[in-house]
Design a protein around this ligand. Structure first.
Ligand code: BGC
Length: 738
């Protein structure tokens, strides 16, 4: 009986000794099996003030890629830095820097490498504004997953994406980076994007990266559409329009949030304690960290709320901005601020804790290095190309198709392909190009040649530049048109005309492009098809009557040109619908589908426009087939607040081509305590419907989720009364009872 007891005691002793030994050699924070919370606390306890300040700082690396400068940067960089924006694309170089952090610093805390992967890393997907038009969140999620994999293998563990700022002013260049004007659509794409980047799990595996919800918040409301300016936004608007997509992204598990540049009604986002701490961290329980925007903490001086960099650092940290992007203001000032009791150690620790937690969740402590595989296996893999091509096709919106001029019939033997976009791959890429190279993007001309494969001859002329006074090539364009059966004009915007710091005061096509359309129409009388590549809605009223068809192809990314060619030829049936309204003129801005009803809806019309309608509303888009909507069925016409209402509609593809149709379900609440928009999108569903087939679309109305709206404190209000459900051209009344 005694022997086993001695044996057992021996084992326990040995285990104790070995754990003691382990405890001595390996601090708890390095134990990959210990819970993250404990690892964070253990590490935090060991950190000096300087080390903490460094964790709160983010710098760039590789911005200047001259080999000599990189070498210098590599050796002079302080490896204790919390994060780097990594401008290089070499995982080996990235690992060398990481090695310095792991091996040359006292605690070996890994660096978090971030970058702007906005719509793809190497494989570029369409710009987000285009992606929103696909209404295909499953596909968008796959795109983010691919972007995550390519980024991870490039040495990036964190992307500053998705941008989910609701934008209703197309003058603002950054409208291209988001999913349009609608809070619900943006929320759905926010979720898809976060899940695509991060995967489903809390601990991010090696094929995924951390996402950033940006820019928090109401940045899309910048005055006059000018970038970085003041935003005057009511609490009501914050809660019903600007906050929901961020809430959706937080609930989806986004690890980080970026505060925006703008001053929100007197309190810049960077120091907005109400939004950063009270709402985001306390009410919503956001456990990740907030990074400032580029140099935004220092810019508080320009915004007139801080007199020096000490005040900037104090206000930003205490309001809830955890990491300082680029300006070094935390690193330089926090020690002094602590001494003067202007910031608290508790707040600093909270910020460090949040950053360390994300690093642990990313697995950076246990696997700090990026696996190095050949570039040929990292990027542009067949699956990535398939998804990019499908998303490009689904995001394009057919805006006009008079007498079904598209798709191009087999009787057409020659086409004039005219415009500055025809042979220009660069401007198909859109702002924020990740690691993509223009050489990987095929031009529209090449794609058309491949598509028609000699069956249609192409007569090319550039016609004009994007924007210039030079019309000397108009003649050759007219000549090309004259000898062709049909004319396709490829016009639009250059890359740099949208994106950050790229607003336009006039969103029409530049005059020279409009003149080219008119010249061709007048001098040849040939039918004209207009294909547009641009990063914002355009005001097309001047030229819409002159063209027979318009395809909005946006900036569609690496595989975009072949999607354009496929839609023109009929290989692809267009299915995109606008996620943003196209105004008639720039002066009509703002115009968006979920405006409040005017006191006199039939009046208040601009005298020179004669209508309050825009050119194309949100949700608009044509296809090559036809759909018939059956009568919408409601499971009841009156429900209690705790009951559900189920709406269904049968949709039949009555044409001869297979298609994909998105059904958009809107709600209106015409008698509310706080006035509601004329209608609000509450659900959408995209399904494939084969020619002749009927499919059923369904919308489950859960009153709390669908019919409640927030007041200016964010508290939900659910009111009994009449509601309307709108789908296609049907409008059905139902009642909500207490
Ligand atoms: C932009 C952000 C971007 C950051 C880092 C800023 O100027 O506003 O959207 O993530 O730079 O590149």
């Amino acid at each position: 009986m005694k022997k086993p007891l001695i044996f057992l005691t021996g084992i326990i002793l040995l285990a104790g000794l070995s754990s003691l030994k382990r405890g001595y050699k390996t601090p708890l924070y390095k134990d990959e099996h210990a819970p993250i919370k404990q690892r964070v606390e253990d590490l935090l306890k060991r950190m000096t003030l300087d080390e903490k300040m460094m964790q709160l700082s983010q710098y760039t690396f590789g911005l200047n890629d001259n080999p000599n400068n990189i070498e210098r940067e590599k050796s002079t960089l302080d490896p204790r830095v919390g994060s780097l924006i990594y401008f290089g694309n070499d995982p080996v170089l990235r690992n060398e820097i990481q090695k310095r952090a792991i091996e040359e610093t006292r605690l070996g805390i890994p660096i978090l490498f971030g970058f702007d992967i906005i719509h793809g890393c190497k494989t570029l997907f369409p710009i987000p504004l285009a992606t929103g038009c696909s209404f295909d969140t499953a596909l968008a999620r796959k795109a983010s997953e691919i972007a995550a994999r390519e980024s991870y293998l490039s040495g990036i563990n964190w992307t500053f994406s998705p941008m989910i700022n609701i934008a209703r002013d197309p003058r603002w260049g950054r409208i291209s980076e988001g999913y349009g004007e609608d809070p619900y659509t943006t929320s759905m794409f926010a979720i898809a994007s976060v899940k695509g980047y991060q995967g489903n799990k809390n601990i991010i595996d090696s094929l995924h990266i951390a996402a950033t919800l940006k820019h928090y918040i109401a940045y899309g409301l910048s005055e006059g559409g000018r970038d970085y300016t003041y935003t005057d936004v009511s609490r009501q608007a914050l809660w019903e329009t600007y906050l929901p997509a961020f809430k959706a992204g937080v609930d989806a598990g986004a690890k980080t949030v970026m505060s925006s540049f703008n001053d929100i009604s007197g309190t810049p986002a960077t120091i907005n304690k109400y939004l950063l701490t009270d709402v985001l961290k306390n009410d919503w329980g956001f456990k990740g960290f907030v990074v400032s925007d580029w140099d935004a903490i220092a810019q508080l001086m320009a915004q007139g709320v801080a007199k020096d960099s000490m005040a900037c650092a104090q206000k930003a940290l205490m309001a809830g901005t955890d990491m300082d992007m680029l300006d070094g203001i935390y690193e330089r000032n926090l020690k002094e601020l602590l001494k003067e009791h202007r910031v608290t150690m508790q707040r600093m620790d909270d910020a460090v804790r949040r950053i360390l937690t994300v690093k642990f969740q990313l697995g950076l402590f246990d696997h700090p290095y990026t696996p190095v595989i050949p570039a040929s296996q990292r990027y542009l893999q067949p699956y990535a190309r398939t998804i990019a091509s499908k998303l490009a096709a689904e995001s394009m919106v057919l805006l006009k198709n008079k007498k079904n001029i598209l798709p191009i019939p087999s009787s057409i033997k020659s086409i004039a392909v005219i415009g500055p976009m025809v042979k220009d791959s660069f401007d198909l890429m859109g702002a924020w190009r990740g690691r993509a190279d223009v050489k990987e993007v095929s031009s529209i001309y090449t794609a058309l040649q491949e598509e028609f494969n000699g069956k249609i001859s192409l007569h090319y002329a550039k016609g004009c530049d994007f924007d210039s006074k030079d019309k000397s090539d108009f003649d050759s364009a007219i000549q090309a048109a004259k000898i062709s059966d049909e004319v396709i004009l490829f016009l639009g915007e250059k890359n740099g005309w949208s994106g950050e710091n790229a607003s336009r005061s006039n969103i029409s096509l530049p005059k020279v492009q409009e003149d080219l359309i008119k010249a061709i129409k007048e001098k040849t009388g040939k039918p004209v098809i207009l294909v547009l590549n641009n990063g914002r809605p355009l005001a097309l009223a001047n030229i819409e009557p002159d063209v027979n068809a318009i395809l909005e192809a946006w900036q569609p990314g690496t595989l975009g040109a072949s999607a354009i060619a496929g839609i023109l030829s009929g290989r692809i049936n267009p299915s995109g619908k606008l996620d943003v309204t196209f105004p008639l003129t720039t002066g009509q801005i703002p115009v968006f589908y979920d405006m409040r009803q005017s006191a006199r809806p039939q009046s208040g019309i601009y005298q020179d426009l004669g209508t309050n309608d825009p050119m194309y509303w949100f949700g608009y888009g044509l296809t090559y087939t036809t759909y018939h909507f059956g009568k919408v069925k409601l499971s009841a016409t009156s429900i209690k607040k705790k009951q559900q209402l189920i709406a269904t509609v049968h949709v039949t593809n009555t044409g001869t081509r297979d298609g994909e149709e998105t059904v958009l379900w809107y709600i209106s609440h015409p008698e509310a305590t706080i006035s509601r928009p004329q209608k609000e999108l509450k659900h959408f569903q995209k399904l494939g419907i084969k020619a002749g087939q009927t499919v059923t679309y369904k919308f489950v109305i859960n009153p709390k989720a669908v019919l409640a709206y927030p007041n200016d404190k964010g508290e939900p209000i659910l009111e009994a009364g009449d509601y309307y459900l709108m789908v296609g051209n049907q409008k059905l009344r139902f009642e909500l009872r207490n």
